[in-house]
Design a protein around this ligand. Structure first.
Ligand code: ATP
Length: 514
């Protein structure tokens, strides 16, 4: 693959060409950062959801699911801290009328200085050859030291300004550093202001502030407010978890990189309620379980890494991300957070309702602590799709694009293909379809030469092609072609079910994730 940027472009156009993902309302030239899942995309997405749901809910006796409303009482978002603190600092360029995140402009400036340091190091490494000691060079070379000092000063000034909510100081920093609009070079900036990422709308006929409600920016709060309902009605004992899959909305200032950062997206979140003091062990448990869940898919062990948060959010006492090697590099795919009793306590305070657990063992009542796992469904989709996309050079000199989607997640499990459109082969193929369709998503196609049909199935990631030929009519056997190896085997029709089941089994994935 030429380069990573190129790969993302190819994945985007392949997705559109074959019906995985389309730009939203494309006939009106699309809407930025909104996408629609097509006929194959929805199948892949449903399979990812099922893998997550089964691993979290079905495989854990003490985890149950819910599906809460997207609209919630507005006080929810006061209590969660989103009304006051779910902000990004933004700045507009007066000439280009473009809007940027002030923190991103500053980070990009710092990144440029880092690149200069790297170049300096590269040059020295070439000059000194084997004798080069990078550590020593970093700590003694005057140019590197001067640049590193610049970086530290910028980071400190920015951090202090943000902590003191001094947006004028952030603007001053942008001016002092001479940061220009990356598109036009203009330095004619507005003031910096905080921009809340929640979408607002109005409830029914009530207008003005009283009627304002928000589209939820995360699904987690729907779980917190239902903690007691589920605990009581399900007679749940600590530790127990509540899982949910649903839409979330964030008015991201810069939304880009395809479905990686959207304004409307889907989350799969699980809040695990525990006894205070046990958060360390549960945090470790969920870190291990979640990484195993990812690795069971076989996308490559080296495609993941943990990133521990040093600067913690106001609600957390430990937090990390599972990062995935996307075409744009390692980026956050999932977050695991030890949230203490922040959310439940805050909802107690704002609602005036007790959100406690009576512990029959210790005879005391307390607000449970929470460890949460939170993964973006769309980011997971992008991880699977971009990892699956492969251009292969074949022995006969031809090329094929194959989507090596893990078979359990593949949108279509098998294509049934009569070799020719006559002699009773289509009828026989339909008979096979009829039987398989109750258990698998199967696809029928009779148009074009068989080789072309195979290629089309490779391009959408179908694990098996079943070809019905004249011999089929005599012996009740078919050839079955496997996507990754392209090997073909003649098998009895009566064996098809078990061959496909074995390969596309969700069960074996779940067993690996255990
Ligand atoms: P980021 O730092 O990338 O903005 P975040 O730390 O704000 O993400 P969380 O609030 O922890 O994200 O949300 C949990 C998960 O939801 C993320 O790990 C990610 O997979 C997903 N997610 C968050 N924002 C978006 C978005 N705008 N588009 C798609 N997925 C998202």
């Amino acid at each position: 693959m030429a380069n990573q940027d190129d790969k993302l472009k190819k994945v985007i156009s392949h997705s559109k060409e074959y019906g995985f993902v389309f730009p939203s309302s494309e006939i009106y030239d699309g809407l930025s950062a909104a996408y629609d899942y097509g006929q194959l995309g929805v199948e892949l997405k449903n399979n990812i959801k099922k893998y997550w749901w089964d691993a979290m809910v079905k495989m854990h006796e003490n985890i149950v699911g819910i599906d809460a409303a997207i609209f919630m009482h507005p006080t929810t978002w006061k209590a969660s801290g989103h009304v006051d603190a779910f902000n990004d600092p933004l700045i507009d360029n007066k000439d280009s009328k473009k809007r940027y995140r002030a923190d991103v402009l500053i980070e990009e400036h710092v990144e440029k200085i880092k690149i200069k340091i790297d170049k300096e190091i590269e040059k020295a490494a070439k000059r000194f050859g084997d004798a080069f000691d990078e550590e020593q060079f970093r700590s003694t070379n005057p140019n590197v030291l001067r640049r590193q000092q610049q970086i530290d000063e910028i980071n400190n000034t920015f951090k202090t300004a943000m902590e003191q909510e001094d947006l004028a100081a952030v603007k001053q920093l942008i001016d002092d550093l001479g940061i220009a609009d990356p598109d036009t070079g203009s330095k004619n900036w507005t003031e910096v202001r905080q921009f809340n990422l929640m979408f607002k709308t109005e409830l029914g006929a009530v207008s003005g502030d009283a009627g304002i409600i928000y589209l939820r920016p995360e699904t987690a709060q729907g779980i917190f407010v239902n903690y007691l309902n589920v605990q009581k009605s399900g007679r749940m004992k600590l530790p127990f978890g509540i899982a949910q899959i649903g839409k979330a909305f964030r008015n991201e200032i810069i939304a880009r990189q395809f479905i990686f950062r959207m304004r409307e997206f889907e989350q799969m979140e699980m809040q695990f309620f525990i006894k205070p003091g046990t958060q360390g062990e549960w945090y470790d448990y969920w870190k291990q379980y979640r990484i195993k869940w990812h690795k069971a898919l076989g996308l490559g062990e080296d495609q993941y890494r943990f990133h521990d948060h040093i600067k913690l959010a106001h609600y957390a006492d430990a937090a990390c991300d599972i990062e995935f090697n996307f075409p744009m590099g390692f980026r956050e795919l999932e977050g695991i957070h030890s949230r203490t009793d922040f959310d439940l306590s805050s909802h107690e305070e704002f609602s005036g309702k007790k959100l406690r657990y009576f512990d029959p063992e210790s005879n005391e009542s307390y607000v449970p602590y929470v460890v949460e796992t939170s993964i973006g469904l769309d980011r997971m989709f992008l991880a699977v799709l971009s990892n699956a996309y492969n251009e292969e050079q074949l022995e006969d000199g031809s090329e094929r694009v194959v989507m090596n989607i893990p078979p359990a997640l593949a949108p279509v499990k098998a294509a049934v293909l009569p070799l020719v459109k006559k002699d009773g082969l289509p009828e026989k193929a339909r008979e096979i379809m009829e039987d398989l369709k109750y258990d698998f998503n199967v696809f029928y196609e009779e148009k074009d030469a068989i080789g072309r049909r195979y290629r089309r199935q490779d391009a959408i990631g179908t694990p098996f092609c079943i070809t019905v030929d004249h011999e089929t009519l005599e012996t009740n056997t078919v050839t079955i072609r496997e996507r990754d190896t392209m090997t073909q085997e003649r098998v009895a029709i009566s064996d098809l079910h078990s061959i496909i089941s074995h390969r596309v089994s969700m069960r074996s994935l779940l067993e690996k994730a255990k």
